[in-house]
Design a protein around this ligand. Sequence first.
Ligand SMILES: *[C@@H]1O[C@H](CO)[C@@H](O)[C@H](O)[C@H]1NC(C)=O
Length: 212
Amino acid sequence: MSPKFQILFVTFLHVHLIRGSDPDPIQDFCIPSREESATTIQCKNSSLVTVEDFVFSGIKFPGKFSQTGLSATSVNANIFPGLNTLGMSFVRADFQVNGINVPHLHPRATEVAFVVEGRVYSGFVDTQNKVFARVLDKGEVMVFPRGLVHFQMNVGDKPATILGSFNSQNPGLMRIPSAIFGSGIRDDLLEKAFGLSSEDMAKLKRRFAPPT
Ligand SMILES: *[C@@H]1O[C@H](CO)[C@@H](O)[C@H](O)[C@H]1NC(C)=O
């Protein structure tokens, strides 16, 4: 490789690496083929693609509510193959009265969250530990920058619904409580980090243990 070409190559690599979103598609769409042979995903022959490949009907209604009063259905490319290669995905979140979405983050996407129904206290924390939060009314939208911890709580007197959109087909989700207390990090480390007694620790571990 000539030095000039090397510089070009390194520059290209750098530009490629610092781009924050999914790769650009190289065809109109790529519905993954069912017969996944090797490790690479093959696109379905477009003569076999129908409108149904581009429609998702799984978020007409809320799903099951969690202990914290939240029902969230993440619709990424694994669940809705029509999104594959398109660099976006979404989530429907429903909140019971006082329901919360625990502090969490998406490592690969910025999110915009539109309040479809209700009043929702929403916010995020930046890397200076500054919190940006307020109550959003129906019709308002908030953006949660990529990778930053964010949270929501229904502060209205009826159920609330949010539609979130992500600029990645697979944004990823880390819920802070379960990432810390439900992942199997050593107890003595967490007790020291959070100033907890071993009884506190046992309680938190029970609460956030992964479902078996
Ligand atoms: C897709 O299907 C059509 C019709 O069956 C066929 O003519 C074409 O060769 C196929 N394309 C590929 C890339 O397999």
